[in-house]
Design a protein. Structure first.
Length: 613
């Protein structure tokens, strides 16, 4: 995601594309097959951004492929439009607009429901092309007579007709497409799309507008599909109706899986395997229609034994032979890392208070949450002042987690209000309140597991530095002012400075808990909510994490839920006790220790001396 040699890939791609017409003819490669591979590869670039990078599996790409193709073909044939490239671009824009409109509908659902909507969309477009719009699309006959491009340079005219003569035009189109895609995936937008693929819940919880970024990826994929559809008409001399068929979408998905998703070049490699095998099985082995059976078996074998596709298999082999993929295990017997860590200056909250507001930082009044007939919280009044470290305790089922989720606007209250820094945030989204400076860590780790520690913190810091949505798809992470400093500071705060480039999957549990806190810290919040930060830790890890919490509490307002009362009494200035969804009592740790109601209701009636011990 964060390439140290960003132009190496482009140079290699250009060299390979330049070498193809000089090398492949000696291997008896049919030029038409090579050209088709380029069209499918370009088609697949957009799909890979949608599926491989954002994690959205769409079966409806044929709708945009056909839309862009038929718009361009109609302009060049029946409308008499003279400029081939401009017609292709118009087809791409129309496909992108259609993608935007469909995305608004389809992205209301996730998972299998999203996939099924895209299947329905593809079938609708196929029906419309053959029936209501057959006068414009040619129906089952398609649109014949699509011209090839030519460019008048004054002193000469460049004509691209067919075969190897058309290859330079298609190769240039593919190269431009791959360069644009590489810029997108290396940009802040690309980083966030990858985060959405890994954990959309956490991407939203650190302040990114997940829905808007998903729609962006959907439109990008539609635009690539539309341009590739126009190139199909140019390549074949007519626009075929099968561009709208569901088989087109299915073939694209299989080619991407064969080549390797999340690589951009995977669809090109998959198309090469698919089309060369198709020609070999049909022309050389004379298998006729049985070629689909053999190719299907090849696909199953590749998916079973190369789960990341051919490019993924090559990467794994390279890592195995060079030792680059060897896991870096955390030291088992190392001294407590938090205890030995050098002091780090506290990170100042970057969110400004409204005007001269001097009231409580957070105030909840009458907060109630009902799920049908079940009351999770009822009538909670809760106030936190700036700079305070507040603890919340209560037995299981006391409503602590629901209360936290209401404070961060993950769930709306049934009644009551929440005011943060003078703003009424009741009913706002978790993205909005995070942007205002209120963030939380989760009881169960919510991390971007396939990314590194640094990349995780980068995702969180980007939300604070860029806002919840920005289309800087051609910017670079290095050009975002303050990003590197903020990430490095957070690494030091949670004492992960020695593990920045370690994948999350290789971290020890205690390190993952610290990273969970780091994700909430990276956006420099005004108020930090920690949901059971000590959960599941060993005694030594608890001691280390308490020291960590003490260090990051300097100059910060924090609310902590935890069952470790000894640790919470040591950390918090005031304690709020919840019981059966209501506030039982509030007070200092000493007051809570000696409170008879707490002893009876929460501690089972133990004596004060036992509690203090």
């Amino acid at each position: 995601m964060f390439s140290k040699r960003p132009f190496l890939v482009e140079i290699v791609a250009a060299a390979v594309l330049l070498a193809v017409p000089f090398v492949l003819p000696y291997l008896d490669a049919a030029p038409n097959t090579v050209n088709r591979i380029l069209v499918w590869g370009l088609f697949g670039i957009g799909f890979d951004i949608l599926f491989g990078y954002t994690g959205l599996l769409s079966f409806g790409q044929s709708a945009f492929y056909g839309t862009g193709g038929f718009v361009a073909a109609y302009l060049l044939t029946r409308a008499g439009f003279p400029h081939v490239v401009l017609a292709l671009l118009i087809g791409m824009v129309v496909a992108a607009i259609v993608g935007y409109l469909i995305g608004l509908l389809a992205l209301r659902r996730t998972g299998i429901y999203f996939a099924m909507i895209t299947v329905a969309i593809a079938e609708i477009f196929f029906f419309v092309e053959f029936n209501p719009l057959s006068e414009w699309t040619g129906g089952e006959n398609g649109l014949p007579g699509v011209p090839t491009p030519s460019f008048d340079l004054g002193f000469t005219t460049l004509k691209f007709t067919s075969g190897w003569s058309l290859y330079p035009f298609l190769a240039l189109a593919y190269f431009i497409g791959i360069v644009i895609a590489l810029r997108i995936v290396r940009s802040p937008v690309g980083a966030i799309l990858t985060a959405i693929r890994e954990n959309p819940l956490r991407a939203a919880a650190v302040g990114h507008n997940v829905q808007a970024y998903k729609l962006t990826a959907f439109v990008i994929a539609a635009a690539y599909a539309g341009f590739a559809g126009g190139l199909l008409g140019v390549l074949q001399g007519f626009m075929p109706p099968d561009a709208f068929m569901f088989d087109t979408s299915g073939q694209l998905i299989m080619q991407t899986a064969i080549g390797g998703r999340g690589t951009l070049f995977g669809p090109l490699v998959g198309a090469a395997v698919w089309l060369f095998l198709q020609d070999f099985l049909q022309a050389t082995l004379k298998l006729g229609a049985a070629w689909k059976l053999v190719l299907g078996l090849v696909f199953v074998l590749l998916v079973c034994f190369l789960r990341q596709g051919i490019i993924g298999g090559i990467k794994d082999l390279f890592a195995l032979t060079t030792g680059a993929g060897k896991a870096t295990e955390p030291p088992e017997q190392a001294a407590p890392v938090i205890a030995s860590a050098a002091p780090v200056a506290p990170m100042k909250p970057r969110h400004a208070v409204l005007g001269d507001y001097g009231g409580p930082l957070l105030q909840a009044k009458g907060l109630t949450k009902r799920y049908g007939g079940v009351v999770a919280n009822e009538g909670i009044d809760f106030t936190v002042h700036r700079g305070e470290l507040r603890g919340i305790i209560g037995p299981n089922g006391a409503g602590k987690t629901t209360f936290f989720r209401m404070l961060t606007c993950e769930v709306p209250p049934t009644s009551g209000s929440i005011v943060f820094e003078g703003r009424d945030i009741t009913g706002r989204s978790i993205v909005d309140v995070c942007q205002l400076g209120l963030t939380k860590s989760y009881q169960v780790n919510q991390l971007f597991n396939k990314l590194t520690v640094r990349e995780n913190l980068t995702i969180a810091a980007l939300a604070q530095l860029r806002g919840k949505f920005r289309l800087d798809a051609f910017a670079t992470l290095r050009n975002i002012g303050g990003l590197e400093e903020q990430v490095e500071h957070t690494l030091q705060l949670v004492n992960l400075g020695a593990r920045p480039d370690t994948p999350v999957s290789q971290l020890a549990y205690g390190e993952k808990r610290r990273l969970e806190i780091g994700l909430a810290l990276a956006s420099s919040p005004s108020l930090l909510l920690l949901d059971e930060p000590l959960a599941g830790m060993s005694p030594r890890e608890r001691v280390e994490t308490v020291r960590l919490l003490k260090s990051i509490a300097q100059g910060r307002t924090m609310i902590i839920i935890d069952h470790d009362m000894d640790a919470l009494f040591e950390l918090a200035e005031r304690i709020t006790v919840l019981q059966e969804g209501r506030v039982l009592v509030e007070g200092t740790p000493d007051e809570i220790k000696g409170n008879a109601l707490v002893q009876d209701a929460y501690l089972g009636g133990v004596h004060e001396v036992e509690l203090e011990a």
